[in-house]
Structures are given as structure tokens and as C-alpha cells.
Design a protein around this ligand. Structure first.
Ligand code: GFB
Length: 322
């Protein structure tokens, strides 16, 4: 493995704002930052609606963060992306614009913007390298979210170019882990299948529905690995191009379902619902740039699914209410 890139931006002693700290990603960043000697700042939606420019400006002017992790976003799985295009485009555009611009105004010295692998064209060569950005048409099921995330990358690059701001971007692949959304209509595939399979086991059912053909391939990254990579890049990377973050481990949706069924201890049959979309047939990131800086994912999918299932069992009441 490559030697770790040197630390350019130590976090010790800094005031670090995690925007979106109640989400799966934000809460993982907060957990990871506890190992750094920094002051963690958070604010709830009830206090500051990040879609309101004046509210963001007032809060940031008062709290004066040194560092920002921009993990606040309207997110969801293939169905939510496909059916709520206005929210996915508008919310994400305004949240990132408000925070990036105010970060420049109040003198934030480092900002990490979090995007998504869906920024890449539908027909991008696999694995998808950073320079595949804007080389072709997007996957239609998530183009609204993708356009907002591409705009976020460009905002960081523009503020770097015009104002010299040290704003960087990272693009993770499909995430999962503790704190995920388990709502069956709006969630991503891994938590959805975990919940469906668990509930089939509880109810003694021997079939579980799966959207699409089960053939699409996805690369899953545990959210604690993501948080570690984000802290790594914040401290060691300072340049305009965005950086991919992935596990390098790819699996078909049908095989993922079987792996989850093993973890849950359910035996039964999957019924594929071809009226639901498959989305991208393959979505694997080229993580050469990150590996060359000396970072690799640590959590294997089988272990990650097992620990996420334990988390799910411990939080069943919240998951059902959510
Ligand atoms: O995770 P997912 O919703 O999002 O779906 P994407 C992945 C694959 O799993 C698709 C299939 O082929 C789905 O049709 N799938 C099977 C299911 N059963 C289910 C189910 O019960 N629920 C869900 N949700 N999927 C997302 C983007 O795309 O990727 C986001 O929509 C984001 O914007 C994320 O970028 C990384 O991988 O297709």
C-alpha cells in the first residue's frame, strides 16, 4: 500500500461544523471526529433550515467554524430520486450554495463537500474514474440529484479558482451502515432489503419482493469507512479535482439479497418486480487516486452487513416509527 500523504491541514484545535449531523453520513463523521482533538459544532434543522440563506449566514457568522463537512442533503434511493425531482434538485442546490458561499464570507479555511457516484454518465467506462465527469448523459432515475451534486463540485472549484478557498469534494459510492433510512419507499437497496427480509422472517413469509431484475451491480461502502476517508482527505488533500471513495467490492443486487438473508437467518425465495427500474447496470468507482494517497476501505461487505443488522435489531422501534 502507498505511504500516507502528509498532513497539510491538522484538525487539532479547530472548530469543525458537521452540516447534516443527524443523517447517516453526518453522524458517522461526528463519531470519527471524536478521535481528533477538535471542537465539533452541530445545529439541528429545527434551529437552522439550511435551505434559508439568511439563517445559514446568521448561524455561521455567530459560530465561526474553521472547517466544514458539508454532509447535509436531501437523499434517497432510486424511487425517491425518480419521483421527487424538484426536492432533490432544489434542496441540494440551495443547501450547498448557501453553505459554500457563507463559508467563503466567514473565512472557513477548509470545506469538504460530499457528492455521490451518480454524478458520472450512465455509459461511463467502468470502473469510473474522476475524469469521466461530464463526458456523457446521466442515468435518468437520478439525474436531478446528480446535477445538484455536479454543481456542488463546480462551486468548490469556482471558489478555489476565484477566491483561493481550500474547498474540496469527495464522491462516495452506495453507502450503508448504522443510522441509515429503512423506510421502504425512500431508502436505498441495502436497508430496504434488510428490513423486508427481517420482516418476512418475523412473519414466517417465504417470499420477498426485489425491485428490478436483481442483475445491476453496485459497490457498497460502510459509512464508517467513508467518514474515515473524509477526515483523511480533509487533512491531506488540497486540490480542485474531486476524489472518488469506494470499497472496490462489487456485488449483484440478487447476490446482495442472498448475503443479507444469510445475516438475518431467513431462507426463502426472491420475487423480482420488473415494473421497478434497475437504474445504472453497473456503478463501480476507480479509487486509484485515493489508494495512491495511502487510504483503503477496511470493512468487508459481509462484516458490514452483519454489524448493520445488529444495529437494526437494537433500533427496531425507531426504524418502524421512522
Ligand atoms: O440503492 P438504490 O435505491 O439506488 O437501488 P441506486 C439500487 C438497485 O437496487 C436498483 C434495486 O437496481 C434497485 O432497483 N432494488 C431492489 C431496490 N430492491 C430494492 C428495494 O427494495 N429498494 C431499493 N431502493 N432498491 C442511487 C441514487 O441509485 O445511488 C442516489 O438514486 C444515490 O441518487 C445512490 O446516488 C448512491 O444505486 O440505483
Amino acid at each position: 500500500m502507498a505511504d500516507e500523504a502528509p498532513v497539510l491541514y491538522p484538525l487539532a484545535g479547530r472548530r469543525v461544523w458537521v452540516a447534516g449531523h443527524r443523517g447517516m453520513v453526518g453522524s458517522a463523521i461526528v463519531r470519527r471526529l471524536k478521535a481528533e482533538d477538535c471542537e465539533i459544532l452541530t445545529v439541528g434543522r429545527d434551529e437552522v433550515d439550511l435551505r434559508r440563506q439568511d439563517a445559514v449566514e446568521r448561524w455561521m457568522a455567530r459560530t465561526r467554524p474553521d472547517t466544514v463537512f458539508l454532509a447535509a442533503a436531501t437523499v434517497g434511493g432510486i424511487h425517491a430520486n425518480d419521483t421527487r425531482p424538484a426536492e432533490f434538485l432544489y434542496d441540494n442546490l440551495v443547501i450547498e450554495s448557501n453553505i459554500v458561499n457563507t463559508a467563503k464570507e466567514v473565512g472557513v479555511s477548509k470545506l469538504m463537500f460530499l457528492g455521490s457516484a451518480c454524478i458520472y454518465p450512465r455509459e461511463a467506462p467502468q470502473p469510473m474514474a474522476e475524469d469521466a465527469l461530464l463526458s456523457g448523459p446521466l442515468e435518468p432515475t437520478n439525474e436531478w440529484y446528480a446535477v445538484a451534486k455536479i454543481a456542488g463540485i463546480k462551486l468548490c472549484q469556482a471558489y478555489r479558482r476565484q477566491w483561493g478557498c481550500d474547498f474540496i469534494s469527495a464522491m462516495p459510492n452506495n453507502l450503508y451502515g448504522p443510522g441509515d433510512n429503512f423506510d421502504l419507499e425512500s431508502s436505498h437497496v441495502l436497508p430496504a432489503l434488510m428490513r423486508k427480509i427481517h420482516e418476512a422472517k418475523e412473519a414466517g413469509r417465504d417470499t420477498v419482493p426485489i425491485w428490478g431484475t436483481g442483475r445491476p451491480l453496485r459497490e457498497f461502502l460502510h459509512v464508517d469507512d467513508l467518514a474515515d476517508a473524509l477526515v483523511f482527505l480533509t487533512m491531506r488533500y488540497s486540490d480542485a479535482p474531486h476524489v472518488n471513495i469506494g470499497s472496490g467490492e462489487e456485488i449483484g443486487i440478487g447476490d446482495l439479497a442472498a448475503l443479507i438473508a444469510d445475516a438475518v437467518g431467513w431462507r426463502g425465495r426472491f420475487e423480482f418486480d420488473s415494473t421497478r427500474p434497475d437504474g445504472m447496470m453497473r456503478k463501480l468507482l476507480d479509487v486509484g487516486r485515493l489508494h495512491a494517497m495511502g487510504w483503503r476501505a477496511k470493512t468487508g461487505l459481509r462484516d458490514g452487513v452483519a454489524s448493520t443488522y445488529r444495529w437494526f435489531l437494537e433500533h427496531r422501534a425507531e426504524v418502524r416509527a421512522g
